[in-house]
Design a protein around this ligand. Structure first.
Ligand code: URA
Length: 475
């Protein structure tokens, strides 16, 4: 029996070197015992004798998958990957046989690691502290798999102007606004106690929680209980659930004059979290999963997640906005922030039930720039709009709406393929090539920005008229 001692739990380079050497010497998988040497820390020196392997070629998808699988907490991962590597010599197409038990297991591990990274991006909550260098932010997080190091660059991009540390049991990541450094894993006691930011999160969560759309199962799937203890807003969940019924009745009574804010985290999407394989999606679930993994342009880098559309698959009316804003990016749903509130109000006045329509955006990731701690909206460029049409076109193909309403200039460009000045085109149906009729109107955020009160009221009234026209055409 050969014993391979890797330097630490995520020692991908060590595994690769040892696997190459074993493969070259024809050592069969059942003759290898994989262990992690020393304290298992990322900072332990590499044990001697692991390296020195011969070079041979393996498919790119195997290398990419291995780099993820290594981060899984299963003790089986090193042996599983070596078995796959061993088999690839005689079965070069092995990675394409999804029904093969080894391939399926490795892909399952890869998906679980992807999901853990996704949850880390969504659920890390910083607490404010200070030291001799000034303000700093610290978060404690326990990822389901060892994704902290791989996910740290996301936080660097997202919070480039903020000094922070993310402490996890595996490894800690520290950003000093210039350099990212890693130190060994920490203890929850190292994280500072509650602070004002927690109140911010609690207020935010309470304000976006929509009792009428409460689905406890879906909510727990999206925000699993294992993360609750480090989420300030989680303390509110039992109470909000308990109050949901009463609040829903109140909302129903008040609906015509006080439309609800859009819900956030109760994700209805049945996300499979599978990497998108490049085939044209054939269901809205595939669109939702694919959007979140999309790399067709660079906007995914700084966004929390891709935001697909929301609504019934057989909707007769489809709304297209520009792109998710700050709150939509966090919530994973379109039009839940300030523009969403204007939109909801106008829909209610026009007598259009939002739940019977499909609401999406031309671009599915939030484009923004950081100013201090604020994320400021940036208009997507035509290249980004074109790249993202893949998803909008898929939504159009799957839903086949009778009417498509474009909200603002970016949506007009995405749907009509050319600029459609709103003043010139609004107020009448325009035939589209896919049998749908188009209606061009203002973007709800524009209605918030018009400085003159009379002009604002006029634009809002036209917006409501356009929504009524679209609903009539869709009937
Ligand atoms: N603006 C948009 O265009 N879409 C959203 O989802 C939110 C704001």
């Amino acid at each position: 029996m050969e014993v391979v001692r890797l330097a630490h739990e995520t020692d991908f380079d060590g595994w690769r070197e040892a696997a190459r050497a074993l493969r070259a010497r024809d050592v069969a998988p059942h003759d290898v015992l994989w262990t992690v040497d020393g304290d298992g820390s990322l900072f332990a020196p590499r044990p001697p004798g692991a390296g020195g392997g011969e070079r041979f070629t393996v498919p790119r998808e195997f290398v990419d998958l291995s780099a993820k699988v290594i981060l899984h907490r299963s003790d089986e991962r090193f042996a599983l990957l070596y078995r796959l590597l061993w088999r690839l010599q005689d079965e070069p197409s092995l990675m394409h046989i999804a029904s093969d038990p080894d391939v399926a297991r490795a892909q399952g591990f890869g998906r679980e690691v992807g999901r853990a990274a996704h949850k880390m991006k969504a659920f890390v909550r910083f607490r404010e502290t200070s030291d001799e260098d000034g303000e700093a932010y610290v978060a404690w997080f326990e990822p389901a798999h060892r994704v902290a190091e791989a996910t740290a660059p996301f936080f660097v991009r997202r919070f480039a102007n903020m000094r922070f540390s993310i402490l996890t049991p595996d490894v800690c990541a520290h950003w000093d606004k210039a350099q990212l450094t890693l130190t060994p894993g920490a203890d929850p006691a190292d994280a500072p106690a509650a602070d004002a930011l927690e109140d911010y999160w609690r207020t935010y969560y309470a304000s976006i929680f929509n009792p009428a759309r409460l689905k406890v199962g879906a909510m727990q799937k999206e925000m699993p209980k294992r993360y609750w203890r480090n989420l300030p807003e989680a303390a509110l969940i039992p109470e909000l659930i308990a109050q949901a019924e009463g609040r829903t009745s109140t909302m129903v009574r008040q609906a015509p004059t006080e439309p609800s804010r859009r819900v956030v985290k109760a994700a209805i999407r049945n996300s499979r979290d599978a990497p998108w394989d490049g085939q044209a999606p054939t269901s809205l679930d595939e669109v939702a999963t694919g959007v979140d993994h999309c790399r067709r342009c660079d906007l995914w880098r700084d966004a929390t997640q891709g935001v697909a559309g929301e609504g019934p698959g057989r909707a007769k009316l489809l709304f297209v906005g520009e792109q998710p804003g700050d709150q939509e990016d966090l919530a994973g749903k379109p039009f839940v922030g300030p523009a969403g509130q204007v939109f909801d109000k106008a829909l209610a006045e026009a007598g259009v039930p939002r739940t019977e329509t499909y609401v999406t955006n031309a671009v599915k990731h939030f484009k923004h720039e950081l100013r201090g701690k604020r994320r400021i909206h940036q208009t997507p460029n035509p290249g980004e709009v074109t790249a993202c049409r893949w998803w909008l076109d898929a939504e159009r193909r799957i839903i086949r709406p009778r009417v498509i309403v474009t909200l603002g200039a970016t949506a007009g460009l995405a749907v009509f393929g050319k600029p459609t000045p709103i003043g010139k085109f609004r107020g009448r149906p325009i035939q589209l090539s896919d049998q749908a009729q188009g209606v061009v109107t203002y973007h709800p955020s524009y209605l918030l920005r018009v400085p003159d009160e009379d002009a604002k009221a006029k634009a809002y009234a036209m917006f409501v008229e356009d929504l009524k026209l679209a609903w009539k055409l869709a009937a």
